[in-house]
Write a protein that binds this ligand. Structure first.
Ligand code: HEM
Length: 277
């Protein structure tokens, strides 16, 4: 799927939640085999970095696996013409996450808080799942500038009020100098960025996360899915000619804290030059 969350308006932290049509919950693309193979490789080589779980999340995780299998068999009968079977010795959330390109996170309510109780995240956007397991929404988003002041309460409300029949989706985006899907390191060495306004089309990547939230009927937990797409600036411009102009004005409107958090300090001027060329 091709998402274009940048429209030229100044960048700001916002929720942007939309009603999700459940038939479009999971997205399968041409890179399915490649991304599932990458997930298997990461699970085999660094499972303790990409898969975290607390006993608190076990019931929700089992529910996710059942729900996902039912969905895949029904919505993608060509890909799954026979009943799906998974390794029953594997944790259900890990087994579920190896069926789809999405990363999967289970949130469980503890008192007033929603806590990350299980996470299979092979494709994080410069965060480490090990730092987030067991944390509340506010704790998870602690490094995000303006999160608490601008959308902290509204996000908590979305979780408190989410119902089984009204799932939602939203799209997040950033700009990176790498196309790697697996990006667990928070800050890259800015001096290692080899970008200039001449080579930006091939060296910068527009990364989008299509996220969904679904309330699980049995456990009462919430499943958060993250589907990551990344394309070079040049490829994005071919699909969306306005992108070149819009990315400059949108990023120019980002706060200094956001520019710093997203690692854009070194590339900001080059992006502006490219955008105005
Ligand atoms: C409606 C729900 C949510 C909203 C509105 C929201 C919003 C945001 C925003 C604005 C950012 C900044 C990233 C950017 O702009 O590129 C962010 C980052 C992040 N979000 Fe969420 N988020 C939501 C749900 C969740 C959930 C359920 C998790 C659970 C794993 C989560 C995990 C994260 C993480 C790990 C980061 C990166 C934090 C870091 O840099 O350490 N988010 N989120």
């Amino acid at each position: 799927m091709v998402y274009m969350p940048v429209d030229g308006k100044p960048d700001r932290v916002h929720i942007g939640a939309r009603k999700l049509d459940l038939d479009t919950w999971i997205e399968i693309s041409d890179s399915y085999e490649e991304e599932i193979a990458l997930k298997h490789h990461l699970v085999e080589t660094k499972c303790d970095e990409v898969f975290l779980h607390l006993p608190l999340g076990d019931a929700g995780s089992r529910e996710v696996l059942d729900m996902l299998i039912e969905h895949l068999e029904r919505v993608f009968p060509d890909r799954w013409p026979n009943p799906i079977s998974v390794d029953s010795s594997m944790h259900p959330l890990l087994a579920a996450s190896l069926l789809v390109q999405e990363d999967l996170c289970v949130m469980t309510q503890v008192g007033q808080e929603w806590v990350l109780s299980a996470a299979s995240v092979c494709f994080p956007s410069r965060w480490d799942p090990r730092d987030k397991i067991g944390k509340s929404l506010l704790g998870i988003h602690d490094p995000v500038p303006h999160y608490e002041e601008k959308i902290g309460v509204a996000t908590q409300n979305i979780f408190d009020k989410l119902t089984v029949d009204r799932p939602i989706s939203r799209v997040n985006w950033t700009v990176m100098d790498s196309k790697d899907l697996h990006q667990p390191v928070a800050v890259r060495d800015p001096d290692a960025i080899a970008v200039n306004s001449e080579n930006i089309s091939d060296t910068l990547y527009f990364r989008r996360e299509r996220q969904t939230l679904r309330k699980l009927p049995l456990s009462g937990d919430i499943l958060f899915t993250i589907r990551t797409y990344t394309d070079s600036f040049g490829d994005v411009e071919k699909m969306f000619p306005d992108f070149r102009r819009n990315i400059g004005t949108t990023i120019a409107g980002a706060s200094p804290q956001t520019v710093d958090y997203k690692g854009w300090v070194k590339i900001l001027n080059d992006i502006q030059a490219w955008s105005q060329a």
